[in-house]
Design a binder for this molecule. Sequence first.
Ligand code: F3S
Length: 298
Amino acid sequence: MKITVAESAGFCFGVKRAVEECFHQIENADGPVYTFGPIIHNDQVVEELNRKGVQVIYSEEELEQVHRGVIIIRSHGVPERIQKKMESLGVKVVDATCPFVKKIHTIVRKAGEEGKTVIIAGSPDHPEVQGIMGWAAGPVYAVQSAEEMERLELPARTEAVLVAQTTFHAGKFEDIVDIFRKKEYYNSVNNTVCSATDKRQTEAREIAQQVDAMVVIGGRHSSNTRKLYEICMEECKNTYFIETLVDLDTKPFQSFSHVGITAGASTPKSIIEEVHRKMSEEQTFQEMLDSSFKTVRN
Ligand code: F3S
């Protein structure tokens, strides 16, 4: 069995930067270290950080109880109102918002100041989208599909600015753009799908087209991993979503001759390597069994 691991699998630049910031603060902070929300959508990394003393703040009420130490803003970013609240607590605030997400905050803030409506292609439940919405100074909407864009009714001659959640499905964004243009809003489209996401999705699709089975590794709550899974499923029906090695059942793979592996932006390299190693070992074991079976028969 041949195994192809996507080069783009695993931590992206923004996630790596935020996780490294946590480890830096563990060593250097004067007082407790907090993150606003889990630093990434990966339980194993969050648990490891927790063992080293990093505490997760889950709500504004919990935030109000913090009076010393450091609060780290994760790569998803937070609404402006939350950032201001953090700064008012008198603690050190470390902003690990990914620069690509920060760029979207700047676009939507400017749009609002100019009296324009903001439309975000993304999931309204996702923290990144909630953060972006919180920087818009005027009307703001989130749409997840071309159908939702079609249904969105805004007053005639609305000037609207369209942006995308950084991990949005590139193809679905193009479909939304088509409807946006048809509606003849002020024509400002900002394709803010992150190039790392784009590259990861393109590579996953290309590998999925060539293999018999695909393994997608990532956190259950990671929307970018779910999108990778959807893309791979479109190309390869034997696609398996696993969070860690524990979820991997290698039996179905014994009948495949070529398997691909990819992983979401919050998946540590160590988990990808474990899965790869396990599949390679299984393959070697299976080859040994096959060859001894042949020897016995001969
Ligand atoms: Fe940033 Fe792109 Fe990762 S926006 S957090 S580098 S997926």
